[in-house]
Design a protein around this ligand. Structure first.
Ligand code: AMP
Length: 217
């Protein structure tokens, strides 16, 4: 199975992608997570991406395409993957088409999670992440553990992503409308878009997602 997840920042793509990839036993490829990891390790790519990410801008297409190409080339990508956060504009969509045609692969589904902006701002502004294990919390709906221990038991370091600051959130939503909006319409006009209401609870979005893909819940 090869899938693409599209949707605005904060819609819950990453959470749904993680669960579905596990269920389907395919690779979850999040370009945002790869970039944050590169940044954390201080690699050239990470340092190059930092200023774009901090400002809520898109990292240059060529940089992200290379990350995806490299990830596809690894052995664990052979049984399928779920792309979360890529492609994000029409140019990346065309680049992905080109890459898939070289690899003689096709996409099975493109899923679009929709949600209104007020809810996205509420979700992103309250989001907190554990730097060590990647767990995501929300100060209102799923507060981080007070003692700094995640459910996985280890010592945690809860932080707010720099691109979850108020200014960066508004910028990211604006970038999403301008850059990703046309890509969504492109897939919609091709009749390839599966639309899921991302404004619901995590569990309900999961149920709708699996229903739309014809999978067991
Ligand atoms: P995300 O975790 O998907 O919200 O991505 C966090 C940030 O990483 C974005 O705001 C961008 O700066 C960068 N990023 C992730 N994926 C892409 C992409 N496909 N193209 C350009 N920049 C990206």
């Amino acid at each position: 199975m090869r899938l693409v997840f599209l949707g605005p920042p904060g819609v819950g793509k990453g959470t749904q992608a993680e669960g579905l990839a596990l269920q389907l036993e395919i690779l979850h490829i999040s370009t945002g997570a790869i970039l944050r990891d590169a940044l954390g390790r201080g690699t050239t790519t990470g340092l190059e991406a930092k200023k774009f990410m901090d400002a809520g801008d898109l990292v240059p297409d060529a940089v992200v395409l290379k990350l995806v190409e490299d990830r596809f080339a690894e052995q664990d990508a052979a049984s399928g993957w779920l792309l979360d956060g890529y492609p994000r504009n029409l140019e990346q969509g065309a680049a992905l088409d080109g890459l898939l045609s070289i690899l003689q692969l096709t996409l099975d589904h493109v899923v679009f999670f929709e949600c209104d902006s007020a809810e996205l701002v509420r979700r992103l502004g309250g989001r907190r992440v554990c730097r060590k294990c990647g767990n995501t919390f929300h100060i209102e709906f799923a507060p981080p553990p007070p003692q700094g221990h995640c459910s996985q038991g280890g010592e945690c370091e809860i932080y707010q992503r720099s691109d979850d600051s108020e200014d960066a959130i508004l910028k990211r939503l604006d970038v999403y409308q301008r850059e990703t909006g046309p890509l969504v319409e492109h897939f919609r006009s091709q009749g390839r878009l599966i639309v899921v209401d991302g404004g619901q609870s995590i569990d309900q979005v999961g149920v709708d997602l699996r229903g739309a893909l014809g999978l067991p819940t």
